[in-house]
Design a protein around this ligand. Structure first.
Ligand code: NAD
Length: 474
């Protein structure tokens, strides 16, 4: 049944006459409609956020913590309803949707405890100088479709903790669970502090260029990130950009083939490969290439691709038609170029649901599109290397610099390699591990600034230095 969802503006759930349909990618059925906001609703949301900011910025850390913990509780207490809804709009299997919902609640609870203490710069007979962090103001949050809830929470929570208010825009492809959370937190957050509005992509630039917004925090593609930077430059809004990645994993010859095969598989195919920090290129030392590539392909054959709401599904559909077509195009390009497939490769663009079979390529060349571009789908190229120096050079040969991983029994060597990778995060012998207290951000064209931890929180503030001259002749 198609349900109509509402937006949260100034503590009220509102609807609009124009709506946007939201489709379940597993069967292409419309499962909900959401408001299609125009400049009018955006203005109302920004006015509400500006007005709420006046009092919210003066609240104590304890008060803010309590509100944020209320958000965490609302999500946790309704987790089952939320993860089922998330699967129906995003496509990810229930277990992964559950992880996202509980992960978002956990992130909110953990980050509610963060505080930015004043720093004393000088304290002597001549002067007292102190740096405090003041909230930047009204934040515009723009979120993608791959982790709609995690990304929404990692924008709403630090904004509130820092003393800011926010106007958040989910992706038009995945707004339902976010709007259900909006309903759940309507009476948890003071009116106007959190506003959640939906609309087409065109609503994005209106937010970026809105004079009543002081900062943009964005997660999405590098192409959109560049437009946001341009739009935000008009009035020098602060920006945090979490963008695309083409993360490389490097597997050294001492790695245990059986043990790493499964981990490497999920480092690439979790959420059907639609993870900014998924391993998108895997470089395997030539001594173990044949054994390991065979083991990964063998493991892949046991993973079920299907509707995420069905038990046993390991990899769901691609989230939307446009992305589905792009992934199919990349696979076709690999076929046209005669690259070898270890498994998968047979797509059916005319079938119902945006399903792509798990596809693994056998040592395609470095300039293949599937290696050079961010695929964002269940397609992984495995490549052979001879020397560590060569692997590092190939891993760094990208405009992106989000994350990477090294797999080896020799952890000292692993760290030595990690330090040479040009990315914001590098894991040794694990993948996709993020902590609410540790900064996460991209190098090169993978982003600007950081989220998470005190570094992330600082991005919602401006430093203010107050000095008092102690020996002044006044
Ligand atoms: P996208 O850039 O197409 O859209 C993201 C959001 O921006 C959506 O809400 C969209 O409506 C909005 N938008 C579109 N055009 C806009 C414009 N001109 N101005 C302002 N907003 C606009 O990205 P996507 O396809 O939804 O997400 C996939 C991309 O996100 C991938 O590249 C992925 O790597 C990246 N991503 C990065 C991270 C990270 O933390 N670095 C995390 C998740 C996803």
């Amino acid at each position: 049944m198609t349900k109509a969802y509402a937006n949260l503006i100034d503590g009220e759930m509102i609807t609009t006459s124009e709506t946007i349909e939201v489709v379940n990618p597993a069967n292409e059925q419309v499962i909900g409609v959401v408001p299609s906001c125009t400049k009018d609703e955006l203005d109302r949301a920004v006015d509400a956020a500006r007005s709420a900011f006046k009092s919210w910025k003066k609240t104590s850390a304890d008060e803010r913590q309590k509100v944020v913990q209320g958000i965490a509780a609302a999500i946790k207490d309704n987790a089952e309803e939320l993860y089922r809804l998330l699967t129906s709009e995003q496509g990810k299997p229930h277990a992964q949707a559950q992880q996202e919902i509980y992960g978002a609640a956990g992130l909110a609870a953990a980050q509610s405890t963060l505080t930015l203490d004043d720093v004393i710069n000088q304290d002597d007979d001549t002067r007292l100088s102190r740096t405090r962090r003041v909230p930047v103001g009204v934040v515009g949050g723009i979120v993608p479709w791959n982790f709609p809830i995690m990304m929404a929470i990692q924008k709403i929570v630090p904004a509130l903790v820092a003393g800011c208010t926010i106007v958040l825009k989910p992706s038009p492809f995945t707004p339902l669970t976010t709007l259900r959370i909006a309903e759940l937190i309507k009476d948890v957050v003071p009116a106007g502090t959190v506003n959640i509005i939906t609309g087409p992509d065109e609503l994005g630039p209106m937010i970026t260029e809105h004079p009543g917004i002081d900062k943009i925090t964005f997660t999405g593609s590098t192409a959109t990130g560049k437009k946001i930077m341009e739009g935000a430059s008009r009035d020098l809004k602060r920006i945090t950009l979490e963008l695309g990645g083409n993360d490389a994993s490097i597997v050294l010859p001492d790695a245990d083939v059986e043990k790493v095969a499964e981990q490497l598989f999920w480092s690439s195919f979790s959420n059907a490969g639609q993870v900014c920090i998924a391993a998108k290129r895997i470089y395997i030392h030539e001594d173990i290439y044949d054994d390991l590539s065979k083991a990964i392909a063998e493991y892949a054959k046991g993973v079920v691709v299907g509707d995420g709401s069905q038990q046993g599904t390991g990899v769901g559909p691609i989230q939307n038609k446009k992305q589905f077509e792009r992934v199919c195009e990349l696979i076709q390009d690999a076929k046209d170029n005669g690259y070898q497939f270890l498994t998968g490769g047979d797509t059916d663009p005319s079938g119902t649901g945006y399903y792509v079979p798990i596809t693994i390529l056998d040592n395609p060349p470095e300039d293949a599109r599937i290696v050079a571009e961010e695929q964002f789908g269940p397609v992984m190229p495995l490549m052979k290397f001879s020397t560590v120096e060569e692997a590092i050079e190939r891993a760094n040969n990208s405009e992106y610099g989000l994350a990477g991983a090294v797999w080896t029994k020799d952890t000292e060597k692993g760290v030595e390699i990690a330090e040479q990778l040009e990315t914001g995060t590098v894991w040794v012998n694990e993948f996709m591990q993020l902590s609410p207290f540790t900064p996460f951000g991209g190098h090169k064209q993978s982003g600007i600034g950081a989220e998470y931890g005190l570094d992330g929180l600082k991005e919602f503030t401006n430093p203010q230095v107050i000095t008092v001259k102690r020996d002044a002749a006044v």
